[in-house]
Design a protein around this ligand. Structure first.
Ligand code: FES
Length: 126
C-alpha cells in the first residue's frame, strides 16, 4: 500500500529545460476499494494523507488541520460539496484546494495530485 514508484511527467518540448521530470508516486489502493463518499488515510514519510472519493473524483489532502493539528479524516465529510469539517473546532476545508472555508483555520493544508493508473489510485508526493 505504501510502495514507492516513479512516474514520468513530460515537460514542454521547447526551451532550454525541456526533458522529463521524475515525480515520486505512492500506491494507495484499488479504485474499487474507495467508493463514493469513502475516505482512507495513508502514510508517506512522517506525513498522513487523507484520500477521499467525492462523487467519483478522487482527492488527496494532508490529514492535519492547519489550526491546531486536528485529524481531518475523523471529521464530518460532505462528499457532495467535497468538504470536510475538522472534528476539533469545526473549521471546514475544501478538499479540492485544501483551503479553509471557515474559521478558526485560516491557512490551507497541502493537497496532492492523484493519478489513476489502471485500477490503482496513486499519489504524487514530491
Ligand atoms: S484543530 Fe481544526 S479547527 Fe482547530
Amino acid at each position: 500500500m505504501r510502495e514507492r514508484a516513479e512516474h514520468r511527467r513530460s515537460r514542454p518540448s521547447h526551451g532550454p529545460r525541456a526533458g522529463v521530470l521524475l515525480v515520486p508516486l505512492i500506491d494507495v489502493c484499488p479504485l474499487s476499494a474507495l467508493p463514493d463518499g469513502k475516505r482512507l488515510t495513508v502514510e508517506h514519510d512522517d506525513q498522513e494523507i487523507m484520500v477521499v472519493n467525492c462523487g467519483g473524483t478522487i482527492l488527496a489532502m494532508e490529514d492535519r488541520c492547519s489550526h491546531d493539528d486536528g485529524d481531518l479524516s475523523e471529521g464530518e465529510l460532505d462528499a457532495a460539496a467535497c468538504t470536510i469539517e475538522c472534528p476539533r473546532h469545526g473549521a471546514i476545508f475544501d478538499l479540492r484546494s485544501g483551503r479553509p472555508m471557515t474559521l478558526p483555520a485560516y491557512q490551507p493544508v497541502d493537497t496532492f495530485p492523484v493519478v489513476i493508473d489502471g485500477d490503482t489510485i496513486k499519489l504524487e508526493v514530491d
